[in-house]
Ligand binder design. Structure first.
Ligand SMILES: *[C@@H]1O[C@H](CO)[C@@H](O)[C@H](O)[C@H]1NC(C)=O
Ligand SMILES: *[C@@H]1O[C@H](CO)[C@@H](O)[C@H](O)[C@H]1NC(C)=O
Ligand SMILES: *[C@@H]1O[C@H](CO)[C@@H](O)[C@H](O)[C@H]1NC(C)=O
Ligand SMILES: *[C@@H]1O[C@H](CO)[C@@H](O)[C@H](O)[C@H]1NC(C)=O
Ligand SMILES: *[C@@H]1O[C@H](CO)[C@@H](O)[C@H](O)[C@H]1NC(C)=O
Ligand SMILES: *[C@@H]1O[C@H](CO)[C@@H](O)[C@H](O)[C@H]1NC(C)=O
Length: 481
């Protein structure tokens, strides 16, 4: 960590915790928090973002970002000691120009004349290859999620990869030929092209928001029955190629929309034909556990599509602020056993004044960059609750003190605490049931209007108890190691 912070020109010095003079005074006894490692929930996969639709080109230099800054931005996002993200969601192109088939095969059983990811590695796969390589330098264990928005047009009822339409061969499709195997092979071929570049794709998806069919960009419809018709072909095709390549379903627009698809899928006998239930958070957020058959669920896309660029933590409570994101993630992890959370775009050179500019975590005007404090909410979870960690039980005696807890594989424990009250409050955190607790010390990492997930205090853990104080409207992650 020290060497990396030196690179940033920052210092790793642990600042002494200083109470804020204007903070309202607490009128309640210390909040009692109990963490119980004996009650175990979901295994975490991590946090992430996407460079789809060409924005990966901005981060890899097309708008003037220098090679040094390109790598620095990747570090901000993906380094374990900074943003802590570990998942990159790449889009599998579907048009003759951004996909891997420049011309349509004459029939499903004819030869597929695949092109490649691109002839120039700097721009291949709409710059996603280069972004992946840079992100992997920042995080060698990066998890790659390759996801298609549509099948190539000639495999579909509407003969184009935009404007909805169905895969030919699923129920309700009206084609003369069945292209399901062709589409499954197409998706696996994309993974093979990445393997040729030395990059292992970890998860493959055939859908993006199949409950929504925009006219202007790649899209494809599917309900759960139709997804069952396709996943019954895709799942065995993928497992024949590589057993550890995960299959997702189905990146619905919202949590409720995903539940509907999973319900149909089950009813159609394909409830086991996916490994991870993937969903977005646009029209609906999860209020309860997902209706999977034991598979994990992962939030794979969301952002404030209406707001202009905003970097703030907690000013007016608007959707794009860091503090709100800390709460969205808390609710998903605790109420729906969600295993990870992805922001929509990672970064973009955007003017910042148009609606939708908040769709990025980092803005890249020419050769500079600006980090949204939303990233520090992600960091508050994912720097410390690393992939493979398990969420363990955590209870808080106060409604406005939101607590979750995670145990890493090596026994270190992360306890993110969000204080939604407008006053500073004392907190007693009692940790039980963690076999490897030993003589750990707790470091408090603070995110608020003034702190970017910075270490502000160290506590001894006496008899499993940490007596601490948390600032108003803040997220403090206690990391026990
Ligand atoms: C295969 O695709 C390439 C472009 O990727 C094209 O030049 C070539 O003519 C195609 N071959 C056939 C047989 O369609
Ligand atoms: C199949 O359905 C699509 C959309 O529902 C329609 O546009 C198309 O013309 C139909 N094709 C045939 C061959 O009936
Ligand atoms: C972010 O939004 C808040 C509330 O709308 C506003 O007060 C603040 O100035 C914005 N910050 C930036 C950098 O745009
Ligand atoms: C890149 O960002 C700068 C600064 O915000 C802006 O002036 C410029 O128009 C952007 N370029 C593109 C291609 O969007
Ligand atoms: C925290 O990060 C924000 C951008 O996210 C930046 O503007 C601010 O200067 C940083 N503050 C410190 C203390 O590093
Ligand atoms: C344990 O794992 C966490 C998360 O990967 C890491 O931050 C920490 O340094 C590790 N600690 C030890 C003692 O290995």
């Amino acid at each position: 960590m020290a060497s990396f912070l030196a690179l940033l020109g920052a210092s790793a010095v642990t600042a002494q915790y200083v109470p804020v003079p204007w903070a309202y005074v607490q009128k309640e006894p210390p909040v009692q928090v109990s963490v119980n490692g004996a009650v175990r929930h979901q295994t975490m996969m991590g946090g992430g973002c996407s460079g789809a639709f060409g924005v990966a080109c901005d981060q890899t230099g097309s708008q003037g970002l220098s090679p040094e800054n390109q790598q620095l931005v990747s570090h901000y996002l993906f380094n374990e000691n900074l943003g802590g993200l570990s998942i990159l969601r790449n889009r599998i192109g579907s048009s003759p120009t951004d996909g891997i088939l420049s011309s349509c095969p004459t029939a499903p059983n004819a030869k597929f004349n695949y092109s490649s990811l691109g002839t120039n590695d700097a721009t291949a796969d709409s710059c996603q290859l280069k972004l992946t390589q840079q992100a992997k330098i920042a995080n060698p264990d990066l998890f790659i999620y390759a996801d298609a928005w549509s099948a190539p047009g000639c495999f579909k009822t509407d003969a184009t990869d935009i404007n909805g339409g169905l895969i030919c061969g699923v129920r309700g499709s009206n084609c003369t030929q069945d292209w399901r195997q062709g589409y499954a092979d197409y998706l696996v071929q994309y993974v093979k092209f990445y393997a040729d570049k030395g990059i292992k794709v970890d998860m493959l998806g055939a859908y993006n928001e199949p409950d929504f069919n925009p006219v202007s960009y790649a899209s494809m419809e599917s309900d759960g029955y139709q997804a069952a018709d396709f996943l019954k072909v895709l799942y065995p095709t993928v497992k024949k190629y590589r057993k550890d390549l995960l299959v997702s379903c189905c990146d619905a627009t919202g949590a409720r929309q995903e539940r509907d698809i999973l319900y149909d899928l089950n009813s159609a006998g394909a409830g086991k034909m996916y490994d991870v239930a993937t969903w977005h958070n646009y029209p609906s957020e999860p209020k309860q556990k997902f209706n999977t058959n034991g598979q994990p669920n992962l939030e794979t896309e969301w952002s404030d599509g209406s707001g202009t660029w905003n970097t703030t933590w907690d000013v007016t409570g608007q959707e794009a602020e860091g503090f709100q994101w800390a709460l969205y993630m808390h609710n998903a992890f605790v109420n729906a056993d969600t295993s990870g959370y992805l922001h929509w775009w990672c970064s973009q050179n955007s003017s910042g004044t148009t609606a939708g500019s908040d769709a990025v975590l980092i803005k890249l005007p020419y050769n500079s960059f600006e980090v949204s404090r939303r990233l520090w909410a992600f960091a508050g979870y994912f720097r410390f609750a690393r992939p493979g960690s398990v969420r363990i039980d955590a209870m808080s005696s106060a409604e406005t003190l939101y607590v979750s807890a995670f145990e890493n594989k090596n026994g270190t424990i992360a306890i993110p605490v969000i204080n939604a009250a407008h006053f500073e409050r004392d907190v007693d955190i009692k940790v039980d049931g963690c076999a490897k607790l030993g003589k750990k010390m707790a470091t408090a990492y603070l995110a608020d209007n003034e702190h970017n997930n910075t270490a502000v205090a160290r506590y001894t853990v006496k008899g499993g108890v940490i007596r601490a104080s948390v600032l108003p409207r803040s997220m403090t992650t206690f990391f026990l190691e």
